[in-house]
Design a protein around this ligand. Structure first.
Ligand code: CU
Length: 108
């Protein structure tokens, strides 16, 4: 990662500081309120949440307009039993794009 050489800029990159679901959390409901909280303000219009389900098909989630600059929120519906990966991509106000994923599981 080239940003390793720019510690002052790296500090402004958007990284996830809290999330629901949490990584490797096991949930039971078929509807899930998703919330990712970042360490800095992000450009919601140019950020994405994608849910990768047990069937392997990526599904783009509609982001809620929360008015809060450090959060991405969305609802996931019709969740089947199985392993999921919540892929996030965020553009922080310093113009850098960061991404990551949060794996979780649906059990009944
Ligand atoms: Cu940055």
């Amino acid at each position: 990662m080239s940003t390793l050489f720019w510690p002052s800029q790296a500090a402004a990159h958007a990284i996830v500081v809290a999330s629901s679901p949490q990584p490797r959390q096991i949930v039971s409901q078929s509807e899930l309120e998703i919330e990712l909280r970042f360490n800095s303000r992000i450009d919601r219009a140019r950020s994405r949440l994608t849910l990768l389900g047990p069937d392997g098909a990526p599904k783009a989630l509609a982001l809620k307009d929360t008015g809060v600059g450090e959060r991405l929120e969305a609802s996931a519906k019709g969740l089947e039993k199985g392993a999921y990966r919540l892929l996030w991509q965020a553009l922080s106000v310093d113009g850098h794009v960061t991404h990551g994923e949060i794996p979780f599981e649906v059990e009944r």
